[in-house]
Write a protein that binds this ligand. Structure first.
Ligand SMILES: [Zn+2]
Length: 429
């Protein structure tokens, strides 16, 4: 649907008119310390906010069996969230346009030692153009933008002339199972938009991610007889060395990738967490290492998992201690394939136009080296999945923050995108 100039400028004005409320709402979201497993309260808050706006609401649990039998399902573990998925549904009076999924995740990663933050991590303090807090950029600003882009239309008496599903999910930082659960529940639309902090750019290609844990056992003896024991931490260290070699090989292969070929190191292995041993004077009998590694789009995540297992098994056979005490490799989170947003879609064209109009610049494209839920919609719904959102800083680090002028700009672009993609109708009075 072509929108008149008049309506387009009214939509932008309406986003501006609601922006103080949008900032306040974003701040409320940041105040929930919604780390993995602790997203129940923020999901209830979002549920109430959407219900107040008159959306038809659904709230549902993760279906472990269905997730585990899907090729894109992340592995279950003790720390898997049990928080519900929340979906608000806008149904038009008359279905005229193209339907849309607006998605955001509410889970955040641990904030680390508070002493390293200049501001309380869940206060949502504003300093100049920036709002600070864990999750401010990744991605509570986006979660708020989904609602306020639609509110802007409503403020001028309009609503989308097609079904819109507003999906609030969890587990984006660990398995991607929240987004996958919306797919398994049966939600489908003609396009999806996820306002992750992408610096006002659109993600063209995204890597896949695997999580795994390596458990090594040792032989405990008094350190005075160290030669007769075996040190699990030393052994784990050797396995990590082999994984670094694998990482280097995968990055060398990535030189031929059409999207990541120019990136000097697109596939990062992170040794994210390590624990082991019980006593400074005892040779440690256990060590566990949590790892995250990236794979190129197009590579099957299960095949990648087999390659990692095979590599560790081969290394183990050649190691005099590990050969008789092979480490366990446990896949305990993401088993997610990357995706490519195929160029030339109408959804991309409509977003590019909306972006140009709201922001006054052409829409740039980027590649993303972190897991994105957009993969679910791209790979399994097979629809254009647009990952596009505001400028943020220090995501997953200290002093995470989001640029408020940027949030305003992308919300205007989103509102224009929604209006043109879905079409608009007047709200029934
Ligand atoms: Zn995110």
């Amino acid at each position: 649907m072509q929108l008149s100039e008049d309506i387009r400028s009214k939509i932008i004005e309406a986003v501006n008119a609601g922006f103080d409320d949008q900032i306040a709402f974003t701040r409320e979201l940041v105040a929930f310390p919604s780390q993995r497993g602790a997203e129940h309260a923020v999901q209830d808050h979002i549920f109430r906010q959407m219900r107040q706006r008159g959306y038809a609401m659904e709230r549902f649990e993760m279906d472990r069996a269905a997730l585990e039998s899907h090729p894109g399902g992340g592995a279950w573990s003790d720390t898997h969230s049990s928080a519900p998925i929340v979906v608000g549904i806008h149904r038009p009076r008359e279905e005229m346009g193209r339907s849309l999924i607006l998605q955001a995740h509410v889970d955040v990663v641990p904030e680390g030692p508070h002493a390293m933050w200049e501001r309380a991590p869940y206060a949502g303090e504003i300093d100049g153009d920036w709002m600070y807090g864990r999750g401010a950029a990744d991605m509570k600003a986006g979660a708020a933008a989904n609602l306020f882009a639609l509110d802007a239309l409503r403020r001028i008496g309009l609503q989308p002339a097609a079904t819109v599903y507003i999906q609030s999910v969890v587990e984006e930082e660990s398995t991607g199972n929240g987004a996958l659960m919306t797919h398994l529940r049966g939600y489908r639309a003609d396009a999806a938009l996820i306002p992750e902090p992408e610096d006002e750019e659109l993600v063209r290609a995204n890597i896949g991610v695997l999580w795994f844990r390596i458990e090594v056992s040792g032989l405990p003896v008094h350190v005075s007889d160290m030669g007769t024991g075996s040190n699990a931490i030393d052994a784990a260290w050797r396995v990590i060395g082999e994984l670094r070699a694998l990482e280097a090989e995968w990055n060398a292969r990535a030189k031929d990738d059409p999207h990541f070929g120019d990136d000097p190191h697109p596939l990062n292995l992170n040794i994210g967490k390590i624990e082991g041993g019980d006593w400074a004077s005892s040779v440690p009998c256990w060590c566990a290492v949590d790892c995250r590694i990236a794979i190129l789009p197009g590579m099957d995540a299960h095949e990648a998992a087999r390659e990692i297992e095979g590599r560790i098994a081969a290394f183990t056979r050649a190691d005099s201690y590990l050969a008789n005490n092979p480490p366990k490799v446990i896949f305990n989170g993401f088993r997610a394939q990357g995706y490519v947003l195929e160029p030339g879609s109408d959804a991309e064209a409509v977003l590019a136009k909306a972006h140009r109009e709201a922001i006054g610049k052409p829409l740039n494209l980027r590649t993303a080296r972190a897991y994105l839920d957009a993969r679910v919609y791209a790979l399994y719904d097979r629809i254009p999945a647009l990952c596009y959102g505001p400028t943020g800083k220090n995501v997953h680090g200290y002093n995470e923050c989001v640029s408020l002028p940027s949030v305003r700009r992308i919300t205007a672009a989103m509102a224009l995108f929604i209006a043109e993609w879905c079409g608009v109708e007047s709200i029934e009075t």
